[in-house]
Design a protein around this ligand. Structure first.
Ligand code: GLA
Ligand code: GLA
Length: 697
């Protein structure tokens, strides 16, 4: 079955409301709730004094109603007494401010007292409810790192030193790796090291990157402490809820310690990007355990309250994006939260039961989705098969974040953009990681893998030799995995694949380079010297030239008329290319004019494309199409009516109309599980609706 439900925070409600809630849950088809996520202060009322009676009653009631429980360890927000009794557990910011009580997640992840009390709480829950028949899984803490991903207090500093000592063993190793010979940073012993707190100016990148890795590890240790406490009493599966493309925590590493991956996903309905954002988050979650289905543990029925402007989902979008997550590998659709709060920070965040009650569009949509998910039970447990992978790596991104220059750090924008390109082309994508098996992927995209180890590079080369087409975008392999700049040309570790190495960066920079705040605009009538100086790099977008002889020209002509002009942004490089490298497009500006911007080289039966800039949507689409043609991979979305996504999961075809107009489709035969009707080739989908076609036997 596919689970359906919500976070249930019953500590807000009277006994009578709880009884109503459970009746309403049955009406909505709720099968599971995440219970007790923020219940710590209601259970451990003062330090060491526990009251479970109210929770016993709720758990029994849910059980009698046949509702399963994803039981939280209740540790997501420490009770006020904890900060009073142990003020050193409160986190400290980079500028040295100790944070206060009155919100949530106010704990230092390295605090031994916090870790001990949280693990004790988890153990108490497991001891009491581990054998309760309603409890089906454990929900450890909540959104690790969402608010506090790094703490700079004395306890953290001590833990950081210990962590570094474990990593490097000897202080000379650390001095080497951190490049402390530069700027007089040599450390005589570990005792002198501190977290990268606020500093006079640029911080040592290696210190920053190590602190990022350490901070991730501190959070993971909190999780593992609670998990171990649970395991004393219960073997039920554990989860902790992730947050999509979240930078501070290395989800791939965490995934090994998690039984069921779960995600909280709040695409902004105000932006047309919300459909691709939902797809991206789901594809990432499915990939973290190599294709194992995941749970959507939180989304909103209608709107959140934490954006500056909170736009509501349009009619149909709640169901459509839920079914989209199922299409991409979700086996559960849960929301935050069951009943909308009437007090507190989330009073205006939508829920399954809105303030208006049953007489509302939200409630109607909630009941409808419950009925739809029931019909999709056969989909549960089935897998998605993706011919394309996008490679990503947290430690590389931490290095990118810590590096100072040479160009802008765009975070994971390149990952989002390349995923969007695949999504719009209708091809299913997995994410792959440094330790992934790349076998079987026909196209592998490597967007901005800044700090790449020689091992990852050789895996990519091996994949190309087995026939994969690999698309590498700049800046990639600028440094090794420790942040040490490669010498002899960036990207040389991939040269066997791409045939190119990067000799120099030619970074474009737009209006901010004119320095108009200091000087007047140049007046050619009087400024006779300055008017003669040209600054071709002072631009934001880089027009590229695609020669008639380039295979990209033919792809572009088939893609749209008139042939689109391709652009790069943000990044440009001077390449040194081997003689067998084919130039697909050239730069046209300044000193790079006529130099290769996109290159291709055959590598055994596969190939390597290198993109020396941050390409726009048309560039990415064209490069993907060319690679797909070379890989003989059909792009299923090309030719479908606009707005329509078709996604395969197991033997099921999800046809999702994200658009505002009814869509007419041909070639779809089989039973629509949602309506029970049989499609005989012709399918009509109203705006913002879906069909799920079961393959005929
Ligand atoms: C906010 C939300 C979370 C999560 C993160 C991800 O903080 O509260 O649910 O989506 O954004 O950036
Ligand atoms: C996160 C948290 C929830 C709630 C939602 C609101 O996902 O886990 O407790 O705050 O954000 O969007």
């Amino acid at each position: 079955m596919l689970h359906y439900g919500a976070d249930y925070n019953p500590e807000q409600w009277s006994a009578a409301t709880i009884t109503d809630d459970i009746a309403l849950m049955r009406e909505a088809g709720v099968t599971m709730v995440s219970l007790g996520i923020f219940s710590w202060s209601k259970i451990e009322v003062t330090e060491g004094e526990f009251d479970f009676t109210w929770l016993d009653a709720v758990i029994d009631q849910l059980y009698q109603a046949g509702i399963s429980i994803d039981l939280a360890t209740a540790t997501a927000s420490p009770p006020p007494w904890l900060a009073t009794n142990h003020p050193e557990t409160l986190p400290v910011t980079q500028t040295g401010v100790r944070l206060g009580v009155g919100s949530r997640q106010h704990y230092c992840p390295s605090s031994p007292i916090f870790r001990h009390l949280a693990a004790r709480m988890a153990g108490k829950m497991a001891a009491r409810y581990g054998k309760h028949p309603a409890v089906k899984m454990w929900h450890i803490s909540n959104e690790y790192g969402c608010h506090i991903s790094r703490c700079y207090c004395e306890v953290s500093a001590r833990d950081f030193r210990r962590w570094l000592e474990e990593k490097y063993g000897d202080i000379s190793q650390l001095n080497d790796a951190w490049g402390t010979a530069f700027w007089s940073q040599h450390y005589p012993s570990f005792a002198h090291i501190n977290p990268p707190a606020a500093m006079p100016t640029l911080a040592n990148p290696a210190q920053e990157a190590d602190f990022a890795a350490f901070s991730d590890d501190a959070l993971l240790q909190c999780y593992l402490g609670e998990k171990q406490a649970i395991r004393e009493y219960s073997d039920l599966p554990v989860t902790t809820n992730f947050m999509g493309l979240f930078e501070p925590t290395n989800y791939r590493r965490w995934a090994k310690h998690i039984d069921i991956i779960s995600d909280d996903s709040y695409p902004n309905p105000a932006a047309a990007h919300h459909a691709r954002e939902a797809a991206l988050s789901a594809d990432l979650m499915r990939s973290l355990k190599d294709g194992q289905p995941f749970m959507l543990l939180e989304q909103t029925t209608a709107m959140v309250q934490w954006r500056e402007r909170n736009v509501r989902k349009r009619p149909g979008v709640f169901a459509l994006e839920s079914l989209q997550r199922v299409a991409h590998g979700a086996d559960a659709i849960m929301q935050f939260q069951w009943r909308q709060s009437i007090r507190g920070a989330e009073t205006f965040h939508s829920a399954m039961v809105p303030h208006a009650g049953r007489d509302s569009r939200t409630w109607t949509e909630v009941v409808e989705l419950g009925a739809q998910l029931k019909k999709l039970a056969p989909v549960a447990g089935t897998r998605v098969n993706s011919p394309v992978a996008i490679v990503m790596d947290w430690p590389s991104q931490w290095q990118r974040e810590a590096a100072i220059g040479p160009g802008p750090n765009q975070g994971w924008a390149a990952i989002r953009r390349w995923h969007a390109t695949c999504f719009e082309a209708g091809v299913s994508v997995d994410f792959a990681f440094a330790d992934s098996d790349l076998n079987g992927y026909r196209i592998i995209v490597v967007p901005e893998y800044f700090a790449m180890s020689a091992k990852v590079a050789s895996n990519l080369i091996a994949a190309a030799k087995r026939g994969a087409h690999i698309l590498v975008t700049a800046p990639t392999a600028v440094t090794d995995e420790t942040g040490c700049a490669y010498q002899g040309g960036y990207g040389a570790v991939l040269e066997e694949l791409t045939g190119v190495r990067v000799v120099d960066h030619y970074l474009p920079g737009g209006s901010e380079l004119h320095e108009a705040q200091y000087w007047d605009a140049i007046d050619a009538r009087v400024d006779r010297i300055s008017a003669a100086i040209s600054t071709p790099d002072a631009i934001d977008t880089l027009a590229l030239h695609v020669d008639e002889t380039s295979p990209l020209a033919r792809v572009l002509d088939r893609m749209c008329r008139p042939r689109p002009q391709l652009h790069g942004r943000a990044w440009a490089e001077l390449l040194s290319a081997q003689s067998d490298v084919e130039v697909l497009a050239e730069f046209t500006h300044g000193d790079l004019a006529g130099k290769p911007a996109i290159t291709y080289r055959r590598c055994a039966t596969g190939g390597g494309t290198y993109i020396a800039t941050d390409g726009d949507a048309a560039l990415r689409a064209a490069v993907l199409r060319l690679a797909a043609a070379r890989a003989r991979l059909p792009l299923p979305g090309v030719g479908l009516p606009s707005g329509v996504e078709v996604a395969q999961r197991g033997g099921f075809t999800f046809v999702l109309n994200h658009g505002d107009r009814a869509a007419q489709l041909r070639g779809f035969c089989g039973t629509d599980l949602l309506t029970g009707t049989t499609a005989t080739g012709h399918l009509v989908l109203p705006p913002r609706s879906a069909a799920v076609i079961a393959a005929e036997d």
